[in-house]
Design a binder for this molecule. Structure first.
Ligand SMILES: *Cc1c(COP(=O)(O)O)cnc(C)c1O
Length: 381
């Protein structure tokens, strides 16, 4: 559970985005050119972007067989003498196997927990975010708490926290124009977003992102664009909203537990199967993941049926296409499990706005789409 200490820290160390919080942590750890940072494949471009912005090299580690979180055995294989930190991601709220990971890293290699999908999940009885030297968070669309574009850090190590607070004045607030844009975008999301409007809104959002009218989650990996974002703290109003919303984090968690439990009990479709989670993981899902053998056909059906079924991550470094992966130094084929999982994964929403009717619709949709039915369809790109 996220306690008062963590809440106070999130308030003190608010950054423009989750990736900026990670960047600040890496800088405070003196990570830069000539060093490397390990991270899992099956992630968001934000993570390698933050590593690359420091000048360090990202080293990609595969996920567990049938799972979505870091594989400790592959971590042991990929460690290098110049490695200075490991980013451990709790994908969709599923805690990574921290016991096995910490057995590999020992005392010498700091762990930074990517808690962008997980505020309250636990591993072996302890809350995620309490295992590493620090953790970082994101509060934009699709995360457990949506406050708008924004992120934060929680530091468990006293000297590191001191350094983070010392450096914090270098992060400027967004300009008034940007602040206005961010607040409008938040309002639009709050007013419009419901699971049954997922597909049309998604199209609109991508269009606005392309036109530059909305802050897309996936900035192009261009040094010029990146540099500006990486010098900013959280917008003032987003920070205030976040403080209010974090007080309700337990209610959010209770809701997503109920929703996920209903998906688990009621979905009996042959078209999908559940994901493996590490032993000791107590999961509060940010999204409910399923593996589909015919992912693209299933997504096409869901779009036609108006059911929110999301495709991310559709790439080992989402949303980069195969030919773009070199931009974030991902060697194609280096994490076969992660690449396979991208071709299978679909997720259902568990957030506060998911109603009983939305759950019914999603369950009915999945249970009536037969496996045989899908195999016949054309694989859409
Ligand atoms: C969203 C996300 C981030 C970064 O979030 P931003 O606030 O967009 O920078 C990092 N890691 C994961 C796993 C995420 O899903």
């Amino acid at each position: 559970m996220i306690g008062h200490g963590q809440l106070a820290q999130l308030n003190a160390l608010g950054y423009y985005r989750g990736r900026v919080a990670l960047f600040a942590l890496l800088k405070a750890l003196d990570i830069g050119p000539g060093t490397s940072v390990l991270l899992q494949a099956f992630t968001c471009v934000a993570v390698p972007e933050a590593i690359l912005a420091t000048g360090a090299t990202p080293i990609y580690v595969d996920v567990e067989p049938q799972g979505l979180t870091l594989d400790a055995d592959d971590l042991a294989r990929k460690l290098r003498p110049d490695s200075r930190a490991v980013v451990v991601q709790h994908t969709y709220g599923i805690p990574a196997a921290l016991d096995r990971i910490m057995a590999v890293t020992g005392e010498s290699l700091p762990i930074l927990e990517d808690c962008c999908h997980s505020l309250v999940s636990r591993f072996n009885g302890a809350p995620v975010g309490s295992f590493g030297v620090a953790s970082f968070y994101s509060f934009e669309w699709g995360k457990p708490i949506v406050a708008g574009i924004g992120g934060g850090a929680v530091v468990n190590n006293e000297p590191l926290r001191h350094r983070m607070l010392q450096h914090y004045h270098q992060f400027r607030p967004p300009s008034p124009v940007r602040e206005l844009k961010l607040q409008l975008q938040y309002l639009a999301h709050k007013l419009l977003y419901r699971p049954r409007f997922y597909w049309p809104i998604r199209r609109l959002y991508h269009l606005l992102g392309t036109l530059g009218a909305a802050e897309s989650s996936y900035n192009p990996v261009s040094p010029a664009l990146v540099a500006d974002d990486f010098e900013m703290r959280i917008a003032r109003r987003t920070g205030r909203r976040l403080r209010r919303q974090l007080l309700g984090v337990q209610a959010h968690a209770a809701h997503s537990r109920r929703v996920a439990e209903q998906y688990r009990l009621w979905i009996e479709s042959a078209a999908v199967r559940p994901v493996a989670t590490p032993t000791g993981a107590e999961v509060v899902y940010a999204r409910y993941p399923l593996l589909a053998e015919h992912k693209q056909q299933l997504l096409a059906r869901a779009r036609r049926a108006g059911v929110e079924l999301s495709e991310w991550y559709s790439s080992p470094v989402h949303p980069l296409r195969r030919e773009e992966l070199a931009q974030v130094q991902y060697p194609a084929g280096s994490c076969p499990e992660a690449e396979h999982r991208c071709r299978q994964i679909v997720t259902l929403p568990t957030s506060q706005v998911v109603s009983t009717r939305d759950i019914d619709r999603a369950v009915r949709f999945l249970n009536t789409v037969g496996q045989r039915d899908l195999r016949g369809g054309q694989d859409e790109p």
